[in-house]
Design a protein around this ligand. Sequence first.
Ligand code: 13P
Length: 249
Amino acid sequence: MRKKIVAGNWKMNLSKEEAIQLYKEIDAKRKTISLKSTLIVFPPFIYLDCLKSFNLDIEIGVQNFYPEEKGAFTGEVSVSQIKNMGATYTLIGHSERRMYFHENHEFLKLKVEAALKHGLHIVFCCGEPLEIREENTQNKYVKKQLVESLFHLSEENFKKITVAYEPIWAIGTGKTASSSQAEEMHAAIRGFISDKYSKNVAENCSILYGGSCNPTNAAELFACENVDGGLIGGASLKSEDFLKIANSF
Ligand code: 13P
């Protein structure tokens, strides 16, 4: 059975005190319910060390890193430094990194390699902008993102990847993909993986949905056969909303 995952991408939000409070609230509230999903949070990495020190049973990941081992890369953080701080997951390929920081397919491929080398679990984000959706070429667009940055991997390494489909037009806009739009794309992604690797690899790959997912629409999205959870932005900043979403299976 595929792993169900609900992950919170905190992006560049929260003071240290707010981050601690949110993390502790998530832990306290999750103990009052029986969740079917694994929880992961992706805080700004300056809070990693502090959050890890509470030793709570919630996976922590990073939103970004630089794929070199070490050296003169002012302002950057390496995978080994991240691992050293206790992170176990990383996002790669988020549309905000592709868009604002010009991370292209080739660079994302280097990030994928670096993360795998150090044993970080990867949540690889893909998704199309509005103009591509309007042209109805979103499947081709998303396939290219997977082919260019992931499909060079061996089957053994690909099995370590979680995919997150995040249509850019739905991120932070309040305009979520309908469950049928999400299901259609998730099924297509599973098909691409099956064609490249095998049906078995595809069946075991968790594919998360992201983009204005909230406590009201999560249950309908998560009920889709090929939707295995969510990558949550805005709604992950409130423990109650995040837990309601995580409890929507
Ligand atoms: P929102 O949930 O705020 O739309 O953000 C989604 C996202 O980008 C998660 O990575």
